[in-house]
Design a protein around this ligand. Sequence first.
Ligand SMILES: Cc1cc2nc3c(=O)[nH]c(=O)nc-3n(C[C@H](O)[C@H](O)[C@H](O)COP(=O)(O)O)c2cc1C
Length: 344
Amino acid sequence: MKDENMRDWKNVLASARSKMTKCRACPECNGLACRGETPGCGGKGSGESFVRNVSMLKQVKLNLDTIVGNEPVSCEADFFGVQTALPVYVAPIGGIKTNYGAEMSEAEYARALIEGCKDKTVVFTGDGVDFNMFQDPLLIQNEVGGQIVPTFKPWIYPEIAKRIEAVKKAGFSLVCSDIDAAGLTALRNSAAPVQFRNSEELKQLIEEIQMPLIVKGIMSVKGAMKALEAGAAGIVVSNHGGRVLDDCSSSIEVLPEIAEAVNGRMKIFADGGFRSGKDVFKALALGADGVLIGRPFSLAAIGDGSEGVKIYLNKLENELKETMQMCGCTKLSDIHRSCVRITF
Ligand SMILES: Cc1cc2nc3c(=O)[nH]c(=O)nc-3n(C[C@H](O)[C@H](O)[C@H](O)COP(=O)(O)O)c2cc1C
């Protein structure tokens, strides 16, 4: 990785530290210092689900292969017909004030991400009890351009219908839902509560909204098969960054078996603990079509707005390209299971 990338990123982190009260912006965002801090940006309970997301990724090792030509390396990706510079997308994060104690508002946060990613990649935007948290990014995208995937909580249907109407009005035709948020006590007790849905009910929801749905929060083969049967366009292998259940497996541990079972029948994304281009490479080698990253993008936006987001994206892109080069890959389709060794 280029030295200036690392220097710029350290400056962004230092700036973020001075603009919020609840996150320490650690040099390595690994869930150790913020164990149990929810609200806050940590993992639930013992914090182990978040910590494990990061630590198990380290147990996937890269296999060097440098007997290769000198062709340029490209990590361009296709995201449902949108060309992106890299297969990395911003994960939806809501509650930038509650969780980070940040100076910026939710709308300013969304703007920083959408502007920062505009020429490179896609932003999954957040949702909350306050409808504006869902709607503002749609209005900002309309003004700024760029690509977003509006992500709604698994509310009772009238709340979802309201959000789908706003999405259709804004001209979007792909949405995501973090179904695992059905387990969040605060949302279960809110005025318009979230709910669990079985496979049949999920299928009905997809038919009702009449647009492709990415289902976020799948952590088992069984769950992936149910999402597939319900007609999901894709899944995000995710334990919500360790925020919905203590002591979960990490995303990278369950990814290979889920990818094997899905066998190309829908898109698979993964999130949880991915921090660098090396980490992204590992997920692609183990069957993901792309990776969502959460907390570091929040720090980038809090620290230096859209510029911070661009700095982090450049760092990821350079790291991914360097890893590809050193592992004998010049394009994403060259990245295979044989490029890594699982040591867990
Ligand atoms: C403070 C915070 C707020 C979050 N809010 C949401 C949300 O509104 N919707 C959602 O789908 N996921 C939410 N997530 C989960 C992220 O989308 C993502 O799954 C997770 O952060 C990925 O792990 P990482 O942060 O280690 O990269 C949130 C995570 C954090 C840390």
